[in-house]
Design a protein around this ligand. Structure first.
Ligand code: ADP
Ligand code: MG
Length: 560
């Protein structure tokens, strides 16, 4: 009987946290063990490639998953580099460099339950599902194998064992079901397949499993029999690393469904393989429709983040600015640590650069869509234009600039959507401002007395019918040096025709009339004066001051 050794104090603490974890994403233990197996194969693979004394056969490198319902065990085997006796003690008994350490700090800082899934938690995550963990390993270059075993925080044993080949078997004795928790699922083929597909599909080595299939019994008409056959579960070559020219729109659509980025169809996608100052691959989608919760506080933006084929975060919010929060998809960067935490990520320079790069790519993608496929762009704008306008209001500097060229407003010209660039580029020379009017509908605005003058001059008028429109325009102030002017406030810069100007006598008469009117109206108006913005209508109301009542109302509703 081997002597029991103690875990290092910190390991013990982490392990206790794992054992007690009431956590719905327990399934990630498999991701952790597979990623360790893959790391171990990476190491031997590299050795074999660089060391002539080792024979090299690509088929020798694989990971195998074996569920055994009768014995309630799940075995994860790899043909990797293996561990010596000393390594078993040091790597599995002590938290050294391991990301587990960073995790542990996070775990203690906060209530850990929601953060487990977000980054690597390492080998100890096996204790979320197993009552006993046994590791049998034989290191490269050694003829001896060893068995490491632990049933929890009180310690582990290491003793000599038999193993014919180099590599590691991790045997999990799966916990018994309790009233609240079902562990049986981790012994089910279909469930294991699902978990592997979800988290480890793009591991570079085959992940094999014996799966049950049915076939027609030989010599019979309608009789079927089950049989086992070994299959590779993961697809190994991720779509984002494939060459764009090999891929069809359909492949991207399938990926979109497979990943459940949305239940609609993607309206458009972009595939980025950046290898300049920042190196990363990304596949990004813009959905056809806004998700049902999109304009609510519940909606969470973010992209999936992979590092070397392993999913490290489901929704990394730092990769997307709020104004592009509708973008779905994934990013892979080799240089990120698997064990990076959310807080560390926020300060990661590499990630910041990727985010900036992505922002620019999305912007130019949308601009070319606008140029090349107007119909599609308008569809996009119908779904997400509102978010862009919120963006104009909420963002500053470069982010705001990004957005102004993507905006569209309904215009008096054929009542079509126009961009600000289109508006400005066809302004007559004598037109000073970009004119807009706010109102419930195009019809209502057309009836405004003030609209007549602007339209009569042959100038184009923007109909701001959405509550957020006015904010956007007020915040922008100008587009290409042309100021925005509401037709119902401020100087319109349109001089009345000579014959419409009052004579001195008329002006005097008006003054008296206005005085009398003001007395009658009292507090209801601030002032009564002659207007330069009327043509055939006798009177109009104008607003002064910065925020209209409508604007204040919207401000309170801004979701994100
Ligand atoms: P990390 O993978 O971040 O280092 P883990 O807790 O997942 O942390 O694993 C701890 C260490 O145990 C690894 O760094 C590795 O040295 C060793 N190890 C774990 N699993 C295996 C394996 N299947 N083959 C070889 N070494 C392993
Ligand atoms: Mg690991």
């Amino acid at each position: 009987m081997a002597v029991k050794q103690e875990f290092q104090a910190e390991s013990k603490r982490l392990l206790e946290l794992m054992i007690g974890a009431i956590y719905t994403q327990r399934e990630i233990f498999l991701r952790e063990l597979i990623s360790n197996a893959s790391d171990a194969i990476d190491k031997i693979y590299y050795k074999a490639l660089t060391d002539d004394s080792l024979t090299f056969n690509k088929d020798d490198y694989y990971i195998k998953i074996v569920p055994d319902k009768a014995n309630r065990t799940l075995t994860i085997s790899d043909t990797g580099i293996g561990m010596t006796e000393e390594e078993l003690v040091n790597n599995l008994g002590v938290i050294a460099k391991s990301g587990s350490l960073a995790f542990k700090q996070q775990f203690e800082a906060k209530d850990g339950h929601n953060i487990i899934g977000q980054f690597g938690v390492g080998f100890y995550s096996a204790f979320m599902v197993a009552e006993t963990v046994t590791v049998i390993s034989r290191a490269l270059g050694s003829h001896k194998a060893f068995k490491w075993e632990s049933s929890g925080a009180d310690g582990f044993t290491v003793e000599p064992w038999e193993k014919d080949t180099v590599g590691t078997d991790i045997i999990l004795k799966i916990k018994a079901n309790t009233e609240e928790d079902n562990y049986d699922e981790f012994l089910e083929e279909y469930r294991l397949r699902q978990i592997i597909k979800k988290y480890s599909d793009f591991i570079r080595y085959p992940i094999k499993m014996d799966v049950t299939r049915t076939r027609k019994k030989e010599g019979t008409e309608n009789e079927y029999e089950e049989y086992k056959t070994e299959e590779t579960i993961n697809s190994m070559v991720p779509i984002w690393r494939r060459n764009k020219s090999e891929l069809k729109a359909e492949d991207y659509e399938n990926f979109y469904y497979e990943k459940r980025y949305g239940f609609d169809k993607p309206l458009t996608y972009l595939h980025i393989s950046a290898d300049g100052a920042v190196v990363y691959n990304a596949i990004l989608f813009i959905p056809e429709q806004a998700p049902f919760d999109y304009y609510t506080k519940e909606y969470e933006k973010g992209l999936e983040l992979y590092s070397s084929g392993v999913l490290i975060m489901n929704k990394c919010p730092d990769l997307l600015p709020d104004h592009f929060s509708f973008v779905k998809g994934m990013v892979e960067s080799e240089d990120l640590s698997l064990n990076i935490s959310r807080e560390m990520l926020q300060h990661d320079r590499q990630l910041k650069q990727i985010a900036k790069n992505i922002r620019n790519r999305i912007k130019s993608h949308l601009l070319s869509l606008l140029k090349d496929d107007r119909e599609k762009y308008e569809k996009f704008f119908a779904a997400f234009g509102r978010q862009l306008k919120f963006g104009v209001y909420n963002e500053f500097g470069a982010n705001r600039e990004d957005l102004q060229d993507l905006l569209m407003f309904r215009s008096s010209k054929e009542k079509k959507l126009v961009t600000l660039d289109e508006y400005v580029s066809r302004m007559p020379e004598d037109q000073k401002y970009i004119y807009y009017a706010t109102g419930e509908s195009v019809e209502r605005i057309d009836k405004l007395p003030q609209a007549e003058l602007v339209l009569g001059k042959g100038y184009e008028l923007l109909y701001l019918t959405e509550d957020i429109d006015e904010f956007a325009v007020k915040v922008l102030q100008k587009y290409k040096d042309k100021e925005f002017r509401s037709i119902s406030g401020g100087d319109l810069g349109i001089e009345p025709d000579e014959q419409d100007k009052p004579s001195d006598a008329e002006a005097k008469e008006q003054q008296e009339l206005f005085k009398a009117m003001k007395e009658v109206l009292g507090d209801k108006v601030k002032d009564v004066r002659a207007s330069k913005r009327l043509k055939s209508h006798p009177v109009c109301l104008t607003a002064e001051g910065e925020l209209s009542i409508e604007m204040e109302k919207v401000l309170r509703q801004t979701p994100h």
